[in-house]
Structure formats: structure tokens, C-alpha cells
Design a protein around this ligand. Structure first.
Ligand SMILES: *Cc1c(COP(=O)(O)O)cnc(C)c1O
Length: 247
């Protein structure tokens, strides 16, 4: 697929403007909102073009795809997010390949990720890296707000238990919540889901007695609404890189 560096840079500039306007409407600062470019199905060149245009956060939805692209991009100082469903048997690979797992949705996966990071830490300790410089793996818990319409994420009723388990794992740094609302023609339909995610975040933060800074919500068609509802990370694929090939 041909990648136009100019079009990616222009798209990025226009998204940044839209972020600024949405933030202003909501009385927020644009700097509070991190743009995560979702590069699934796009080649390494497209990611590099976005990086050169100033983007620093990228998200992929499959471990295997990122495994094949990342060797070409090892020189970039970016933050790599996994935003797609992760099977527990790929936890080891994911812990090595990503800075943040934004789609954590079950206890078994959390434990496997924690163990994977611990084992990486042991390797580093053998190389004389001081213990306190070992970084925990950042995670967001993905919540399935409309269980009848969407597939991934933990259901609300199971969220407190998962949260408690994640908090007890020393190698994971739980930073907030993520959601993917049901697909809809009308972006406004996502608003109640975004609002609900924020309420859940606030409830949990109060319970654990510390802030949960991140709310990852909003995609190409509804990110402005997500920003109005408090998103701190928006995940943008199509509006940045163009239409994905149909499967
Ligand atoms: C593909 C994807 C996105 C980006 O979707 P666009 O509509 O192309 O912006 C965001 N989040 C997740 C989890 C995705 O899989």
C-alpha cells in the first residue's frame, strides 16, 4: 500500500485542530489528551511518517502483526500500546513488545502479564540493572459496557474484582479504563457509554484512594464527543492513516 507522508502529516494536523476545539468546548486543555495513532494493517512506513510528523503514541491490535513490524521501527522513541484483545498465551510476547496493554480484561491475563514482567526483571537484574529502575507494565482495564452488542472487555459487574486483582500485582501499573462502544452510525450514541466509563473510573479511584488518570475512549468518528466526556487518550486509525483494507 502506498503511504503518503504528506497526507499523514496533514491528517495529523487536522486531528490536532479538532482535538483543540473539542477540548476548548469542554473547558479542557488540549495537552490533557494523548492521541494514539492506531496503525493496524498499515505498514511500518506509515508509522514512521506519523512519527516524523510528531506523533509519539501508537496502538496495534494484534501481537503478531506488531512483532513483524517493530524491527523496522526500533530506532523510534515512541510509546507502543496494545489495544486489541490479548490471549493469555501471548502475554509473554506482549509484555516485551508493548509499553502499555490497554485491553486488559481478565484476571488470568493480568497474572500472566505480571509474571512475564517479573521474569524480564530477573533477566535485567542479572545484567545488574538496579531493581528500582525496573518499570512496571502499564495497563488499562477494558470495560464491556454493552455486553449484548460488543465482545471484548470485562463486564461491569466483574470490574471491581478484576481491579482488586490487578492492584495486587506488583509488576503492573493500573492507569485507568478503556472502552469500545457499540458500532453506530450516529456518534452521539457513544456519549452515554463514554459518560458511564468516566463514572466507573471516578468510583474506582475513590475506592482505591488514588487517581486513575487515564480514560481511553473515542475513535475516528466519535473522538470529539469522547473528549467532551473526559477522554485522556483517543485512539485514531482511519482519520490519520486512511481507510483500512476490508477483510
Ligand atoms: C481499529 C481500532 C481503533 C481505531 O478505529 P478508527 O475508527 O479507524 O479510528 C481504535 N480502537 C481500537 C481498539 C481499534 O481496534
Amino acid at each position: 500500500m502506498a503511504v503518503s507522508v504528506e497526507s499523514i502529516a496533514a491528517n495529523l494536523a487536522s486531528i490536532r485542530e479538532r482535538i483543540a476545539r473539542a477540548a476548548a468546548r469542554a473547558g479542557r486543555r488540549a495537552e490533557e489528551i494523548t492521541l494514539v495513532g492506531i496503525s493496524k494493517t498499515f505498514p511500518a512506513d506509515a508509522i514512521r511518517a506519523a512519527y516524523q510528523a510528531g506523533l509519539r503514541h501508537f496502538g496495534e491490535n494484534r501481537v503478531q502483526e506488531w512483532e513483524s513490524k517493530h524491527p523496522e521501527l526500533a530506532d523510534l522513541d515512541a510509546i507502543w500500546h496494545l489495544v486489541g484483545h490479548l490471549q493469555s498465551n501471548k502475554a509473554n510476547r506482549a509484555a516485551r513488545l508493548f509499553h502499555s496493554i490497554d485491553s486488559l480484561d481478565n484476571i488470568e491475563l493480568a497474572r500472566k502479564l505480571d509474571r512475564a514482567v517479573a521474569e524480564m526483571g530477573i533477566v535485567e537484574t542479572q545484567q545488574a540493572t538496579p531493581l528500582d529502575e525496573r518499570k512496571p507494565l502499564r495497563v488499562l482495564i477494558e470495560v464491556r459496557l454493552a455486553p449484548e452488542e460488543t465482545k471484548s472487555g470485562v463486564e461491569e459487574r466483574d470490574l471491581p474484582k478484576l481491579a482488586e486483582a490487578v492492584l495486587a500485582l506488583p509488576h503492573l501499573e493500573w492507569r485507568g479504563l478503556m472502552c469500545i462502544p457499540p458500532l453506530s452510525e450516529n456518534a452521539e450514541d457513544a456519549r452515554p457509554h463514554f459518560r458511564r466509563l468516566r463514572q466507573l473510573r471516578e468510583g474506582l479511584a475513590a475506592r482505591i484512594g488514588r487517581p486513575l488518570p487515564e480514560l481511553s475512549m473515542g475513535m475516528s468518528h466519535d473522538f470529539e464527543i469522547a473528549i467532551e466526556e473526559g477522554a485522556t487518550q483517543i485512539r485514531i486509525g482511519t482519520a490519520l492513516f486512511g481507510a483500512r483494507p476490508q477483510h
